[in-house]
Design a protein around this ligand. Structure first.
Ligand code: MP5
Length: 185
C-alpha cells in the first residue's frame, strides 16, 4: 500500500480548488455527474457483496446500501439546484472504475470488502482535506465529513485487511486519482 498514492488520492488539486473556491462550475458539475453514475454502480456492487457477505458483515453493508440510496436522492436534489442534468454518459475513468467493481465480484469477500473500505476512506480523507469555512461547496464537503460517515468507514475498517491486499488497495487509489483528474479542475 503506497503512502504516495494515499496522498495523491486525498490531496488532489481538484480538492484544493474546491477548498479555495477556484474550481469552475463546469469542472465541478463534470465531477458531480460522473460521481452520481459511480454511486449508482457502487450501490449495485454493494448489494451483490451483501448477498455473499458473512453474518458479521451484513449489518454494516445494509447500512451502507441504505446510505447510497439516500445519497442518490441527494445527488438529484443537488443537480436540480445547480440546474444540471444528471443522466450523462459515463466518461472513461467512470467506466474503468465500474469494471474494477465488476472484477471484484469474482474476488474473495475479504478482498472486495477491503476495496470498499479503501474507496470510502479516500472520500472521508479527501473531503476533510477540502474543508474550508467559506467554500461555496461546503455542503459537499460536509456530506462526506460527518461523524456518521467516519463511523461507517471505521466499521468497514474492522472488516478490511489492507495489509493482505496491498496491490488491490493501490489499484483503488489509482482509480480515485483518475476520477479526480477526469474533472479537470
Ligand atoms: C466514493 C464516491 C465514496 N462517491 N465516489 C468515488 C469516485 N469514490 C468513492 O462513496 P460514497 O458511498 O458516496 O461515500
Amino acid at each position: 500500500m503506497s503512502d504516495e498514492l494515499w496522498t495523491s488520492a486525498t490531496r488532489h488539486p481538484f480538492l484544493n480548488a474546491v477548498r479555495d473556491g477556484t474550481i469552475t462550475d463546469d469542472a465541478f458539475d463534470r465531477w458531480l455527474v460522473q460521481d452520481a453514475i459511480f454511486v449508482a454502480d457502487l450501490l449495485k456492487f454493494q448489494a451483490r457483496l451483501l448477498g455473499r457477505s458473512p453474518r458479521p458483515a451484513q449489518a454494516v453493508l445494509v447500512s451502507g446500501c441504505a446510505a447510497l440510496v439516500a445519497e442518490l436522492d441527494w445527488f438529484e436534489d443537488q443537480a436540480a439546484r445547480r440546474g444540471i442534468e444528471l443522466h450523462g454518459k459515463p466518461l472513461p475513468a467512470t467506466l474503468a472504475y465500474r469494471e474494477l467493481l465488476r472484477v471484484l465480484d469474482a474476488e474473495p469477500f475479504d478482498a472486495a470488502i477491503t476495496a470498499l473500505w479503501a474507496l470510502e476512506r479516500v472520500y472521508l480523507l479527501a473531503w476533510q482535506h477540502a474543508h474550508s469555512e467559506s467554500s461555496r461547496f461546503r455542503e459537499f464537503v460536509e456530506h462526506w465529513s460527518t461523524p456518521e460517515f467516519a463511523s461507517y468507514v471505521d466499521a468497514l475498517g474492522t472488516l478490511a485487511t489492507p495489509e493482505a491486499h496491498n496491490a488491490l488497495v493501490d489499484e483503488v487509489l489509482s482509480h480515485e486519482v483518475d476520477f479526480w483528474e477526469m474533472a479537470g479542475a
